[in-house]
Ligand binder design. Structure first.
Ligand code: GTP
Ligand code: SPV
Ligand code: MN
Length: 589
């Protein structure tokens, strides 16, 4: 079978990995529907998948309760020099890590099939796209990768004899020996490691089968490795959604927006407008690759082909388009299961249906106080099924970006929206995002932490250098987007959201759109430009509270940022320090 591979480097690498991991068999994925259906049927047989009676060709999976989210503590950037991983990443000398990995992977696929997944991040043949190959012993990963990426034999053709690819190997870390009984969700949490070698541009992931730990095209390749490629080649790999906005006159612009995990990207990407005449269409909901073109603008593609979306909170009210996207051909992980073979999660309906099976496969007791669906339960759904997918979402050239938004989950201090004075100030806004942690990663939830550019867990190199790379972008693309900061999550002292959010976020997008056309008016403040007017027609709310700038709180923020920045030492660019000093000066005026 391996003889079919024309690419020598690929063949040699796969041989080496087979020798190391010792699988019982090898399967090169062709990406066909038949192959997908066969794997799903096998997983149903083994109790990994439950076929959903209410959604065509869709499945429910329950993970091991110890394997439910990204594990940031076990994620490593193993650059040759520690300083190049920087203070925000875990690091170990690459030789030492490689020795450790080789001993973990030794024989780890015993009794299992090794699947070869050739995939493209981005439309096939796009100059912005890149190819990867993931080896995995998890059929669940294969099926998710088929939805999330463009996968199949045509990728091998595209690779040809000489083409380059990002090699990535994944194992659940549970070899099967004679007499061993397999479980539905094998994993090895004690030994989990998600490792990136930025110079070699390779990925090794061991012990987890969940999300970004295991679907290696997503965070590992499209953000951690791709950010290094972008630094070296003059482009950007970002944790951003991409949307097209059309105004009532039919004029269209594209925006990209970075919010930390579980802070509203998928929702904004598919927003159903509450303002008549305004339309939002989705190019991507999680990752943007942006490259400068000859006209001086940044063009973005969505490197993914599917959505791995947060289930809880998704409803016909909050995000109807996400729900419609996962009507069929979808995989649901760690949600709750209904009596009649459908899925449910907190927030889907106001009252839960009777007789739910919870995410761990047990009858759910509403009085238990525990959620029926895990807070980081997710749907995997094909992007082309999204009713508002943008006509240009697969354009190999990408879409031109007019505005970049940065946001976080902040219950106070940060106003609803403001605009950066210029690119450097905008870079500073990205560098200073803080946000309350969510269930997307293991660890405490609701803890305020710095998450620069929403890339804290995803930057493949020194974060100080990354700030510098952003500051250097004008040299590659003279016509850069305007930059804005947004915050949908301010709360009243009673803990109620001050802003309705979701479909009403179009009101903020409208102001941004009209700022890009130099039509909307703004007022200069110490922190940036604030809207003179915002279209809140039909809403009754306290705009003053949403735009209040508390100088004392902001000066505290400045002092805190100064301490945070100290860890970057000489790698913190001058341009960022200057912005911090300038902000402090404006606040003291
Ligand atoms: P990842 O896939 O982890 O990167 O998450 P994401 O950034 O795509 O977040 P998503 O859109 O899935 O939203 C996460 C949670 O935030 C969901 O529970 C949403 O209901 C909630 N949320 C999203 N937008 C808003 C908003 O405008 N206001 C409020 N209050 N909540 C929101
Ligand atoms: C995130 O955590 O930002 C996600 C989910 O999009 S995962 O793919 O698990 O990283
Ligand atoms: Mn994400």
């Amino acid at each position: 079978m391996l003889e079919a591979l024309q690419n020598q480097k690929l063949e040699a690498w796969i041989h080496e990995m087979i020798e190391l991991t010792k699988p019982a068999g090898v399967h090169i994925c062709d990406g066909s529907q038949e192959e997908y259906d066969t794997l799903c049927a096998q997983m149903v047989e083994r109790g990994v998948f439950t076929k959903l009676a209410q959604r065509p060709n869709s499945y429910y999976a329950a993970s091991d309760p110890r394997d439910v989210a990204r594990m940031e503590k076990r994620t490593f950037i193993c650059s040759e020099n520690e300083i190049d991983a920087g203070p925000t990443n875990n690091w170990m000398p690459p030789q030492e890590m490689e020795t450790k990995l080789r001993s973990l992977f030794e024989g780890c696929m015993h009794g299992r099939t090794l699947y070869v997944i050739p995939f493209s991040m981005g439309p096939l043949g796009s100059e912005i796209a890149h190819i990867g190959v993931e080896l995995t012993d998890s059929p669940y990963v294969v099926c998710n990768m088929r939805i999330m990426t463009r996968m199949g034999l045509e990728i091998l053709d595209l690779l040809g004899e000489e083409g380059g690819f990002i090699p990535s190997i994944h194992s659940v870390g549970v070899p099967l020996h004679v007499g061993d009984h397999d479980v539905a969700w094998p994993c090895n949490p004690e030994e989990t490691l998600v490792v990136h070698f930025p110079e070699k541009r390779s990925i090794w992931s061991f012990g987890s089968g969940y999300g970004g730990n295991a679907l290696l095209g997503k965070k590992c390749f499209a953000l951690r490795i791709a950010s290094v490629m972008g630094r070296d080649e003059g482009w950007l790999a970002e944790h951003m959604l991409i949307v097209g906005i059309t105004n009532p006159e039919g004029k269209k612009k594209y925006f990209a927006a970075a919010f930390p995990s579980a802070c509203g990207k998928t929702n904004l990407a598919m927003l159903e407008s509450k303002l008549p005449g305004w339309k939002v269409e989705c190019v991507g909901d999680d990752i943007a690759w942006m490259k400068p073109r000859l006209d001086g603008q940044l063009y973005a593609i969505n490197p993914e082909a599917g959505f791995f979306g947060v289930a809880p909170g998704t409803s016909l009210k909050s995000n109807p388009n996400a729900l419609r996207t996962c009507n069929e051909n979808s995989i649901f992980t760690n949600v709750a299961l209904t009596e009649n073979g459908d899925v449910w999660w907190e927030g889907l309906t106001e009252t839960p249906p009777d007789n739910l099976i919870d995410w761990q496969g047990n009858p759910w007791d509403p009085a238990s106080g525990k959620p029926a669906a895990h807070p980081n339960s997710r749907f995997t759904a094909p992007a082309h099924q999204c009713p508002v997918i943008d006509p240009a979402w697969e354009d190999p050239e990408g879409v031109p970006i007019s505005a970049i938004l940065f946001g976080g989950r902040r219950d106070s201090v940060i106003p609803l929206v403001y605009e950066a004075f210029d690119w450097n100030h905008g870079t500073f806004l990205g560098a200073t995002i803080s946000s309350q942690t969510t269930a997307a990663a293991t660890g405490a939830v609701g803890k305020l932490r710095h998450d620069p550019f929403a890339m804290l867990p995803f930057c493949g190199y020194n974060m100080g250098d990354y700030f510098g790379h952003w500051l250097s972008m004008p040299q590659y693309a003279p016509k850069l987007p305007k930059i804005f900061a947004v915050n949908w999550f301010q709360k009243s002292p009673e803990g109620k959201y001050l802003w309705p959010g979701f479909g009403d976020n179009i009101r903020v997008l409208k102001w941004i759109f009209e700022r890009c056309e130099e039509r909307a008016e703004a007022e200069e403040s110490a922190i940036g430009y604030l809207p003179k007017q915002l279209d809140i027609s039909g809403l009754s709310l306290n705009l003053e509270a949403l735009f209040q700038i508390d100088k004392k709180e902001w000066l505290k923020e400045v002092a805190e940022i100064r301490v945070y920045f100290e860890q970057f030492g000489a790698r913190l660019p001058e341009g960022i320090c200057r912005e911090l000093d300038a902000l402090e000066k404006r606040l003291n005026q």
